[in-house]
Write a protein that binds this ligand. Sequence first.
Ligand code: KDG
Length: 315
Amino acid sequence: QFAVLTIGDGLITLNPHENGPLRFVSGFSRKVGGAELNFAIGCARLGLQSKWVSRLGNDEFGRVIYNFARGEGIDVSNVEFVEGYPTSLNFKEIREDGSGKTFYYRQQSPILTLKPEDMTKELLEGIDMLHLSGVFLSIDPGNRKIIERVLKLAKEMSIPVSFDPNLRLKMWTIEEARTTFEEVFPYVNILLTGLDEIELILGESSEEALVECAERFNIGQFVIKDGANGARAYIDGNWYEKEAFVVKPIDTVGAGDGFDAGYIYAYLNGYLPEERLELANGVGALVTTVSGDNEGLPYLDEVLPFIHKEIVIER
Ligand code: KDG
């Protein structure tokens, strides 16, 4: 199978036992999250080889995340435990419609110890897609050097790059994000972005503005996720569109990461543009039906019958 590589913080994610404002919630379930890790899990479940580069605290929670990732079949040979940096936490607030809010405790994330020198040719050997996200970049300005190095290596080695801006305005300002994305976009082959976030990044989200951005940075596949309204993509001069699947969402956090995994799986396996959007929509939809960032990520034999509306008899 094809191999993907991603880099990012792993978090202990605390899912609330009740919906509504966090200040009234007293019970939480300890789960695992992190945008790039969710992506890596999504890819592994679909059957891709999935490598995740990270740093974890040398503590109980670090072990939880490591064992979880390993249990999902992710290549964790580039995940290290570091002293003096506690594993990051994320408390989630969930509203009645399933949408979520994050409250981070990650000021001293273990991933601050990752260095540009950790990005090597050897790390990228055999990789078919390098997937990066704005979350990692938002953690520390120093991470730009790491991303610059891995992007240059990927270019040298002709490895395509997918990127999800994953704009987190609790982590950095829109100005910082914009300046950083200007540096990253020229390396990106596949951009996977939410409609609302690209509107914040570009200041508008008209079709002309999206095409202008795709052309300015020479982004071959410019994919727009719009949740329950479906997804669109501008690919080599043409627009493609696919409606969303109707589900009853209970926790939408992580749906975008699932969408990305579905899209990249489909692209690597030669699916046509509309089929890529369809699989990605299917993965994203299924994520929202289960509590937790990644528990709902489907295996291939779950998502295919779902998107083709096949009846699965279980008895
Ligand atoms: O996409 C899901 C993420 O938002 C969540 O897992 C936490 O990585 C995370 C982040 O920093 O937002």
